[in-house]
Design a protein around this ligand. Structure first.
Ligand code: GRF
Length: 188
């Protein structure tokens, strides 16, 4: 399964994918990492792992649709089977979603449909929730609205700080996302 990862920032989920799935017995090949942010640490992680990168910014294109068409062109050229959004902070155009229908997944730090969008861990903590978690889901045209593939609960400890909870949620992301990608590759 030829996999592309889209990432805007740190890329710790990308790193988890590389660390857990790069050995080829899983049948997963990371063929491209795309970022909309030239300074993204994710790009360094990709390069360190020998994965080709592309920086495709909004500033270099007339609009979002044109930017996403440029990303789609690269990924079609790469013959990508699965597009993984791992901390990709831009919303993809409907044309991009259609071009890779059923082949795009995202990791999100909440138990969707609860707390879609930004600052999900902080909002769950401040709301006094007893638990939050991680969701991996198909990507549709909405924000964190696609069909859920897998979820894992993270209980919130009384008095826990945002940093502590964030660290625990990320640790779960780093297990769940590679597991889902591995399972999808076994299905293919
Ligand atoms: C993760 O919490 C992910 O769920 C969310 O953005 C964050 C990205 O972190 N979509 P990283 O760049 O993978 O470290």
């Amino acid at each position: 399964m030829r996999v592309a990862v889209l990432a805007s920032g740190n890329g710790s989920n990308l790193q988890a994918l590389i660390d857990k799935l790069s050995a080829d017995q899983h049948g997963v090949e990371f063929v491209r990492v795309v970022s909309d942010q030239p300074g993204a640490r994710a790009l360094e992680r990709a390069s360190a792992a020998g994965i080709p990168t592309a920086v495709i910014t909004l500033a270099d294109h007339p609009d979002r649709a044109a930017r996403d068409a440029a990303i789609a062109a690269v990924l079609k050229q790469d013959e990508v089977d699965l597009v993984v959004l791992a901390g990709y902070m831009a919303i993809l155009s409907p044309e991009f979603i259609a071009a890779f229908a059923g082949q795009i997944i995202n990791v999100h730090p909440s138990l969707l449909p609860a707390y879609p969008g930004l600052r999900s861990i902080e909002r769950a903590l401040k709301a006094g929730e007893a638990e939050t978690g991680v969701t991996v889901h198909h990507v549709d045209e909405g924000v964190d609205t696609g069909a859920v593939i897998a979820q894992e609960v993270v209980p919130i400890d009384p008095g826990e700080s945002l940093d502590e909870l964030t660290e625990r949620v990320h640790a779960v992301e780093h297990q769940l996302l590679p597991t889902v990608v591995r399972n999808l590759s076994n299905l293919g």
